[in-house]
Write a protein that binds this ligand. Sequence first.
Ligand code: ZN
Length: 411
Amino acid sequence: MDGWPTTDVPELPGSGPRLSLYDTAQQAVRPTEPGDTARMYVCGITPYDATHLGHAATYLAFDLVQRVWRDAGHRVHYVQNVTDVDDPLLERAAHTGESWVGLAERETQLFREDMAALRVLPPDDYVGAVEAIPEITEAIAAMLEAGTAYRLDEDVYFPVDAAPGFGHESNYDRDTMLALFAERGGDPQRAGKRDPLDSVLWRGRRPSEPYWDTPLGPGRPGWHIECSVIALNRLGMRFDVQGGGSDLAFPHHEHSAAHAEALTGDEPFAQHYVHAGMIGLDGEKMSKSRGNLVLVSKLRAAGVDPMAIRLALLDGHYRDDREWTGGRLRAAEARLERWRAAVALPAAPPADELLTLVRDRLADDLDTPTALVAIDSWAASALDTADGVTDDAAPGLVADLVDALLGVDLR
Ligand code: ZN
């Protein structure tokens, strides 16, 4: 399916250092080691509700990954899916009486508009689950053939012992896995499974649910295999970064990796598993079920500058769970105003050291809070007319570096 419009990324002088990121699997910050083309897969939305700030924070984090890689001289192949058929979407549509297709199309379009407004660079391949059904069924058929999948009634399941490394991505013990599996859409109680942690690859036709006629029989794909196959068929195994929110570490990323590893007999699925923290409101995780969502589209409609939303989210470290507050947004608006005033000056203090510092901080597991403070210092001295040393190229360089590396348009 179509992504969203891209924005130009200014070229900066020289090139940035190698990006290191925290890898959930190895529980350490490690250098990424992409080839000429860095390969990244980030799990996309299930389009039943509009983009809230938790989504925005996740996609912004991986937007910075792409920007830092580009600045280090890599091309980037970025793939994202849309889970445009799955239980939460069907449940919402059944609840409101809307068609699930119409709901998915509308919310996907709103997501595109939010991402474009936030200047998130679009994926090269934006792939819906529905359009990927032929390739997903082909993979499941191959797994059945190889004995790394089994039929249970009209469904097909993945036996977790088919992937010897199962559990290596999230590092959770079995009790934690069982608890999270039950909490996050798994079916540990389903009778007849070989192991309670086995996950569904193919859900056979149910009354009043959409289905597709396929060589596996009528039905629809499971969520984890959707991402395995979409990533594998576009990026291959051992791609550089598998990303998403921290609530995807288990079961989603664990099972996606296990499916792909069982399917190919190769490992690892991804070199780094990278997870963004959750955004809370009033002390609670922002989620639909709690009814405390702050929507990007609502903020935009209220006249909030998307660049201020972007800066407000980048003011915290991507891996930290953090709170959204009105104060955070107002601080970001004030910061944006100061930065814009500074880059509008005819001359300002030299910014070469600032460029080096921002590059270094971002390359160190996307340390945006320190990078933002460094830009604040430069802007403060630029706006302090008592400071005599000026350079007429500096305002343009800072506007370019803030645009290229942070995605914030100051012009
Ligand atoms: Zn996914």
